[in-house]
Write a protein that binds this ligand. Structure first.
Ligand code: PEP
Length: 246
């Protein structure tokens, strides 16, 4: 996938079915164009079938998570190498739901990102603040800590970053384009302090209650390279419109 092409990533979370895999590929198959990339991230049991259906369509699939190790006694987990073998070029890491329900911290998430890079796939690293943190004026401090862990890996330049304010995920409270742009600009400038060229090329996605009717304004912002879409990606007609907005 081209660097800083627009990108839409559909995160189904623990939703979906084989029927949704078929419907999504059937409907989006004819719409995908070279100017914008589309990645579907279904629950892991559907990756193989979705990958098979998506062959030669220009649609890619990706994991919702990945282990920090390449193999081992880790029941219930899968590695970046396994995702690569299924044809995935990406994996989401550090989603706020993993941070919240599985107690994942910045260090573990950085290790998962590095495991992806070592296996030749691109991590989509999720960062973002809670409402309490934002209200306490800690936005830049929290994003800085999350970015520092990633910057300590050797492969950070190959990552995609998804800015997902926790207060906007699954709540219907979308960040305004200006609020989202300000956070994206902060992230890009923070990365630029380490490597300006890499920061300029880095894909930064916005996630948090993106819908068909707010996607165009968000994607028009200069530092927003696309979106990570949760609930709206489960309605195929919404996903079509969000992709078209990109
Ligand atoms: C997400 O799951 O990453 C997400 C942004 O969810 P939603 O679009 O439902 O807010």
């Amino acid at each position: 996938l081209a660097r800083r092409n627009k990108l839409v990533v559909a995160n189904w979370k623990m939703h979906g079915s084989l029927a949704l895999c078929r419907e999504t590929i059937n409907q989006l198959n004819h719409i995908v164009q070279p100017g914008a990339d589309l990645i579907i991230s279904p629950p892991a049991p559907y990756l193989s079938e979705l990958g098979r259906l998506a062959q030669q369509t220009g649609i890619h699939c990706c994991g919702q998570d990945v282990a920090a190790q390449q193999n081992g006694a880790r029941t219930g987990e899968w590695s970046a190498t396994m995702l690569a073998e299924l044809g995935c070029h990406h994996a989401i890491v550090g989603h706020s739901e993993r941070r919240q329900h599985h107690r994942e911290d910045n260090l573990l998430i950085a290790a998962k990102a590095q495991a992806c890079i070592d296996a030749g796939i691109t991590p989509i690293v999720c960062i973002g603040e809670t409402l309490d943190e934002r209200n306490a004026g800690q936005l830049e401090h929290i994003l800085g800590q999350q970015l520092d862990a990633l910057l300590a890996t050797s492969g950070w330049r190959q990552a995609i970053i998804a800015y997902e304010p926790v207060w906007a995920i699954g709540t219907g409270k979308v960040a305004t384009p200006a609020i989202a742009q300000a956070a994206h600009q902060f992230i890009r400038e923070y990365l630029a302090k380490t490597d300006a060229d890499a920061a300029d090329e880095m894909m930064l996605l916005y996630g948090g209650s993106v819908k068909a009717d707010n996607a165009t304004a968000l994607f028009a912002m200069p530092d927003i390279d696309g979106g990570l879409i949760g609930s709206a990606s489960l309605e195929v007609h919404s996903l079509v419109r969000i992709y078209q907005a990109a």
